[in-house]
Design a protein around this ligand. Structure first.
Ligand SMILES: NC(=O)C1=CN([C@@H]2O[C@H](COP(=O)(O)OP(=O)(O)OC[C@H]3O[C@@H](n4cnc5c(N)ncnc54)[C@H](OP(=O)(O)O)[C@@H]3O)[C@@H](O)[C@H]2O)C=CC1
Ligand SMILES: O=C(O)C1=N[C@H](C(=O)O)C[C@H](O)C1
Length: 278
């Protein structure tokens, strides 16, 4: 157990799971530069080619004496929180371990199924979990603006379409951010996203259903993350957009979320809670 308390003023010890990944390395760099946080462990999956490597050296900041291991349990037992940008299956497993260790769990992993999300919600009965499809300040502010715009513009007059582009390595679609923005648009319209979403179009689709929220996905190159929400009316179009240029924005947001979560009562929180965006 970490023995943390709301009054604990020592640096927060954070385990990075998936430490060799694109986000894992960005997280190691971010923790290194943010006061109040320290790397308490680095974990990769069994069989990873990175086991035994120093996580700081791999992330380009030199040796930090954090050897990448494949056993999360002893790492979690010595930590105050875990930063998790891995895969849905791994995240569900880590949620159980973090709940057992009673440490904060910051989840950036996208592509979780309804069943995965239910398991994560169950773990949040014992652990403080912050989960968001996008940890950046810019996207979470964009979500607030999208909700306002969707509320202000009538569904009979303005159609909402969400366009995203990511690098060629991304495995899930639509992106977690696109879905987060879709949820914001649906909230503004006073509807559920599920049942009103159109995830793809191909062939003879028929005319657009009024009030639906459409998604379009592009993949290619090294694009960190581009999202546009288009509100298309007759004779005019509003585009609200965010362009991520560096994964550091997500990593800084994740560390901020962990520091915020320290000492908070168990529950499932979002980045909007962390950022005070309502
Ligand atoms: N919410 C947000 O702000 C953001 C979310 N993301 C999301 O984060 C996730 C990761 O993205 P990215 O870093 O680009 O992906 P990567 O594939 O680069 O990194 C994921 C890492 O997790 C490792 N991993 C997989 N399974 C396990 C396991 N059981 N235990 C430990 N490590 C494991 C992978 O290892 P291996 O390759 O060997 O399988 C890999 O090193 C995605 O879901 C992405 O959408 C990304 C950016 C921002
Ligand atoms: O996989 C990525 O890279 C990203 N994933 C997140 C998403 O699915 O929205 C966040 C960001 O756009 C980068």
């Amino acid at each position: 157990m970490s023995g943390m308390s709301p009054n604990d003023t020592s640096d927060m010890g954070l385990v990075v799971v998936g430490a060799a990944g694109r986000m894992g390395q960005a997280l190691i760099r971010a923790i290194h530069t943010i006061p109040g946080a320290r790397v308490a462990g680095a974990v990769e999956r069994s069989g990873s080619a990175y086991l035994g490597r120093d996580a700081g050296e791999l992330a380009g900041i030199g040796i930090i004496n954090a050897t990448i291991g494949d056993d999360p349990l002893p790492a979690f037992a010595k930590a105050d929180g875990v930063l998790d940008f891995t895969t849905p299956a791994a995240t569900v497993e880590f949620a159980g371990y973090a709940a057992q260790a009673r440490i904060a769990h910051v989840i950036g992993t996208t592509g979780c199924s309804d069943d995965d999300n239910a398991r994560i919600a169950a773990a949040a009965r014992h652990a403080t979990i912050v989960k968001s499809g996008n940890m950046s300040l810019g996207v979470n502010l964009l979500a607030v603006l999208v909700e306002q715009a969707a509320r202000a513009l009538d569904a009979d007059d303005f159609d909402i379409e969400i366009l995203e582009m990511h690098h060629r390595h991304k495995v899930d679609a639509p992106s977690g951010t696109a879905l987060l923005l879709g949820e914001a648009a649906a909230a503004g319209r006073g509807i559920q996203l599920a049942g009103n979403d159109v995830r793809s179009r191909d062939g003879h689709t028929g005319v657009r259903k009024a009030g639906s929220i459409g998604f379009a996905t592009l993949r290619g190159g090294s694009v960190v993350g581009d999202h546009s929400v288009i509100l298309a009316g007759t004779g005019e179009r509003i585009t609200l957009a965010h362009h991520a240029e560096d994964r550091a924005i997500f990593a800084r947001g994740a560390v901020k979320a962990a520091l915020w979560a320290r000492g908070k009562k168990p529950g499932l929180y979002s980045m909007r809670d962390v950022l005070g965006l309502g």
